[in-house]
Design a protein around this ligand. Structure first.
Ligand code: HEC
Ligand code: HEC
Length: 273
């Protein structure tokens, strides 16, 4: 074996190994189908979108109220294998859609304002992900201690890609559909309860700032760090109480059973049934 070949081999192994270790949710067959990116390719073009880094956050915000692991009649887009299998149909609904009056409306169901709020950039990411081979990728590793202001910066990004789809970029929510996080008496009254809602999701009746809501929020596949960051951002924005949430608290409450959260919400009806 020439020096060149062995160098090349060890580089390949170094690249694949961490990939394989962190890829729990990912299918390994896409790893072998993927070609190792060369330096030249990554210099000329931005890297192709990956599921864990770019696509799953979009699906969390815009699709997961219906497409989640508890859903009985619709596919779970938070599962890589399922999203991978149905990727062309996802792309078609996001991008080409059904033309006519449904153009670019992935789910033209009246009660899904969050799927209509998907941005042009998000549509392009999903299209590019599908056409570039729909790689799973790796979750950005986020460890180590963060200051409160670092959490706010990281949390803002997460808020905009996930929570804003429903709670709106201003945190004001939508009347009768999504409760406000801006100046929310419910949020500010009980930090532990808020953390547990983001861990477990919530459904049923809730009264926020005197307004009644009865809907459901899914639970998201977010790490303790992510939840700490996003809630620290929320608590330090929109006129809220300025509290900080750290990952140790999230870890602790994750081990507890979810709070009872009202009667289960009515199942989402399939308009074609
Ligand atoms: C309000 C609930 C709801 C939301 C939110 C929602 N969907 Fe759906 N989705 C459904 C239902 C119900 C069906 C089954 C009926 C149908 O095919 O339209 C479905 C079916 C689909 C299918 C067809 C699956 C197949 O191959 O049979 C795709 C693709 C899809 N959704 C993509 C999306 C994407 C992408 C989003 C987010 C942008 C999204 N949906 C958001 C309720 C929802
Ligand atoms: C798919 C839509 C959706 C997304 C995305 C979403 N939520 Fe919610 N959220 C809801 C709904 C609906 C409720 C009310 C649930 C109920 O009726 O019990 C809620 C309730 C809440 C509450 C308690 C009520 C309040 O207004 O204070 C908090 C806190 C909260 N969400 C935080 C978040 C955070 C943080 C994120 C992002 C990680 C997020 N949500 C993403 C739909 C969503």
């Amino acid at each position: 074996m020439s020096i060149f070949q062995s160098l090349n081999q060890s580089r390949r192994v170094r690249w694949l190994l961490p990939w394989a270790l962190v890829a729990h949710g990912c299918m390994l067959f896409t790893a072998s189908a993927q070609t190792v990116p060369t330096a030249a390719a990554s210099e000329t073009k931005p890297p192709a979108p990956t599921y864990l880094r770019d696509i799953q956050p979009i699906l969390m915000g815009h699709c997961s109220r219906c497409h989640n692991s508890q859903a009985r009649f619709v596919y779970d887009w938070l599962d890589y294998k399922t999203a991978f299998r149905d990727r062309w149909e996802i792309k078609r609904r996001i991008w080409d859609s059904w033309k006519g009056s449904y153009y670019k409306e992935s789910m033209p169901i009246q009660n899904s304002p969050e799927s209509l709020l998907i941005s042009e950039e998000d549509r392009q990411l999903i299209r590019d992900w599908v056409t570039s081979g729909a790689a799973c990728g790796t979750q950005p590793v986020d460890d180590g201690h963060k200051s409160k202001s670092e959490r706010v910066v990281l949390g803002r990004k997460l808020f905009n890609s996930i929570c804003a789809a429903c709670h709106q970029p201003t945190g004001q929510g939508l009347p009768n559909v999504f409760p406000p996080l801006a100046g929310s008496d419910f949020l500010n009254a009980d930090k532990k309860r808020a953390i547990k809602i983001v861990i477990n999701g919530r459904q049923g009746e809730v009264v926020v700032n005197g307004m009644k809501f009865n809907n459901s929020m899914p639970s998201f596949p977010l790490s303790d760090q992510d939840i700490a960051n996003v809630l620290t951002f929320v608590y330090n924005s929109f006129g809220n109480a300025g509290l900080e949430v750290n990952p140790e608290e999230v870890k602790l409450f994750r081990a507890e059973p979810p709070d009872p959260s009202g009667p289960p919400a009515a199942p989402v009806k399939n308009q074609y049934e």
